[in-house]
Write a protein that binds this ligand. Structure first.
Ligand code: AMP
Length: 403
């Protein structure tokens, strides 16, 4: 990585402002899922072990620029106290400041001692955060000597806490989680072990066009499932019934198919389908075998058994796998099998570097009980998609160059 890492910073005795992603689900002031906090612990503990005076800052939810007690980070400070290594940070060493900027934040961060942590209140209680307001960014920067960004999930957004702040601190570096994300995704895009395959699914072609186009000249095989497959199948003149089709993307789909053919790229689409008249757990479900048309009154809601076999076979031979998007309407039981079987196939390939991104595919690997076997589960859905599109992430670009 060409950017500074937290390991390159003089942490001892310095105030380190660290942008984390503590955007966790809350219910009545209770943290319902602490995965995002856990993912950041290596960076936090690294900083504390090296004598940092640590200031953590994050957004939570969409309070739209106004304080909203239901989106306070206070419960997160409490959870963090319980989760941190007790020897490294006894509970009383994790403080909470009721505003992320202003007199109190300055006082509390100024008084921090080595090895102590302060979590600031939700950044998005100020509209200036998302507006990347310079004055606000400067106020944040005033709290610290150095800046670390460990929030990969917001690295595709140019906000005050991800971009603006970097102009006003001595040095800005990537945290350990950010570094890990960039290493996995960067290696897949730029130096993949081959065969390199991408598995794309989900509802819409339009959301993933950029990814498809960028990956076309990088992967050895592109596998497309989920709703987006039916725009491609229709573009190939197949009868897709009432399946999800983006009519305005048919030409583009034809163009992509032609491009893949010219490049002699393997382009796998579903050959059989699980269909129903509507998306409903109690509806009648049938399988449309390969070579048969999808009836006019039916929609394809999952990939069929032959498709699962063909996709799993390709997955088993890959050495780098990038997966984003479910293979069917996996939230509804009768249409979940394809996604779960693909999750299992990805997990079973122990020799491959497997990277799963996007909320639905990540949920699927957890629901299938195979998350432990995936080499890298990305914490940033939108950010990982933009990275795969070949876009530069503003939050990464803003970090200090190593040389
Ligand atoms: P995305 O956010 O684009 O990754 O899309 C995820 C959504 O796509 C999920 O909510 C799935 O239910 C939906 N989806 C997957 N396959 C299909 C399909 N064949 N028809 C309609 N929706 C689908």
């Amino acid at each position: 990585m060409s950017k500074l890492s937290i390991r390159d910073l003089p942490l001892n005795g310095n105030r380190i402002l660290t942008r984390v992603d503590f955007n966790v689900p809350l219910d009545n002031g209770l943290v319902m899922d602490d995965t995002r906090i856990r993912e950041t612990l290596p960076t936090i503990e690294y900083a504390l072990r090296h004598g940092a005076r640590l200031i953590l800052t994050s957004h939570l939810g969409r309070p739209k620029g106004k304080p909203n007690p239901r989106m306070s980070l206070k419960p997160v400070a409490e959870r963090l106290r319980m989760m941190l290594d007790k020897e490294l940070a006894p509970g009383e060493n994790v403080g909470f400041c009721p505003d992320c900027v202003g007199v109190e934040a300055e006082e509390m961060s100024g008084k921090l001692e080595k090895g102590q942590t302060l979590l600031l209140e939700n950044l998005r209680f100020h509209a200036e955060e998302e507006a990347n307001d310079e004055k606000f960014a400067k106020q944040l920067a005033n709290l610290a000597d150095y800046y670390v960004n460990d929030a990969f999930g917001t690295a595709h957004r140019a906000h005050a806490s991800t971009v603006g702040v970097t102009k006003f601190v001595q040095k800005s570096a990537a945290g350990l989680l950010m570094e890990k994300e960039l290493e996995y995704l960067g290696r897949a895009l730029h130096h993949p072990e081959r065969p390199f395959i991408a598995l794309l699914g989900g509802a819409k072609v339009s959301d993933k066009i950029g990814v498809i186009q960028n990956l076309l000249n990088k992967v050895d095989a592109l596998i497309i499932g989920g709703g987006m497959a039916y725009t491609f199948l229709k573009a190939m003149n197949q009868q897709v019934g009432k399946s999800l089709v983006e009519e305005d993307k048919l030409d583009l789909a034809r163009h992509i198919l032609q491009d893949a053919k010219t490049r002699k790229l393997k382009f796998l689409l579903p050959v059989d389908h699980i269909v129903a008249e509507k998306i409903d757990a109690n509806t009648t479900v049938t399988t449309v075998d390969s070579g048969h048309p999808i009836p006019a009154n039916m929609m394809a809601l999952d990939i069929g058994p032959k498709t699962i076999e063909a996709f799993a076979d390709e997955i088993s031979r890959a050495r780098t796998i990038v997966w984003n998007g479910p293979m069917g309407v996996f939230e509804v039981a009768p249409f979940a099998k394809g996604t779960f079987k693909i999750a299992e196939a990805v997990a079973e390939n122990a020799a491959a570097i497997s990277i799963v991104g996007g909320g639905d595919s990540v949920a699927a690997v957890h629901a299938a009980g195979v998350a432990e076997k995936i080499k890298h589960i990305s914490t940033g859905g939108g950010a990982s998609l933009e990275f795969l599109e070949g876009k530069k992430l503003p939050g990464v670009e803003a970090l200090t160059e190593k040389h």
